[in-house]
Design a protein around this ligand. Structure first.
Ligand SMILES: N[C@@H](CCC(=O)N[C@@H](CS)C(=O)NCC(=O)O)C(=O)O
Length: 222
């Protein structure tokens, strides 16, 4: 049994779980996984056995429960500073936290109209002027961030700050949405999405999502 356990929802649908899980992988911890399928009669009572908020992801470590994806990122960064989950330079770190918090607190149009559904293909569905506006805001932040910070990083693997950080984890479910809903992209955005989808833990998650048995009707587009 590993020292850490991460409780998550379905890999195909649970965007917040994906964020926490990628952060755990990027931090390099060994962890056990408990998958609680969402939208079943027993979902809430099962999640509440582990998570005081009734939400996933929650990271369990030596009697401590850490819930909320961003808090999980902070805890992992405290325990594993060598993983540089937040960029090392103060300005880059502040920028990464701004980007991540904006994602955590916002983009409700995108989140509601284009729910994460990794194995589905819904070209053109879910797009509204408000969704388009949020996607433009996100992709302009990505372009600006890569221009300002990735080039100056010791190693540029195509991520927002060069190497994979918590900020990339926060936006990974946006990357899968752009793919599921076949949103038109400029070449910089396309390159960034390709880098995220090629990140080995991301590939592992996507493969698992495609092989999950559960189908949640209410999360599928008509
Ligand atoms: N702000 C939370 C959001 C967590 C969240 O909303 N998780 C959803 C799954 S993606 C959940 O636990 N839903 C509970 C349910 O469906 O019963 C975070 O950052 O971790």
């Amino acid at each position: 049994m590993a020292d850490f356990t991460l409780v998550i929802g379905n890999k195909n649908y649970s965007s917040w779980s994906l964020r926490g899980w990628l952060m755990a992988k990027a931090a390099g911890i060994e962890f056990d996984e408990i998958v609680v399928p969402l939208d079943l009669p027993e979902t809430q009572s099962t999640i509440r056995k582990h998570s005081p908020s009734g939400r996933v992801p929650v990271l369990l470590h030596r009697g401590l429960a850490v819930w909320e994806s961003l808090a999980i990122g902070e805890y992992l960064n405290d325990l594993k500073p060598e993983a540089v989950l937040w960029p090392a330079a103060v300005a880059a770190r502040a920028h990464a936290r701004s980007l991540s918090t904006e994602m955590h607190a916002g983009f409700l149009e995108l989140r509601n109209n284009m729910p994460m559904n990794i194995r589905a293909s819904y070209p053109g569905k879910g797009m509204t002027p408000a969704v388009r506006g949020e996607i433009e805001r996100i992709t302009s932040m990505w372009r600006d961030c890569r221009k300002r910070f990735a080039g100056a990083a010791p190693k540029d693997d195509g991520f927002l700050f060069g190497h994979f950080t918590a900020a990339d984890a926060m936006y990974a479910p946006v990357v899968t949405r752009l793919k599921t809903y076949a949103v038109q992209m400029d070449s910089d955005t396309d390159a960034y999405c390709k880098a995220v989808l090629a990140y080995p833990p991301m590939k592992e998650w996507v493969d698992a999502a495609k092989n999950e048995p559960w189908l949640i009707e209410s999360y599928e587009m008509k």
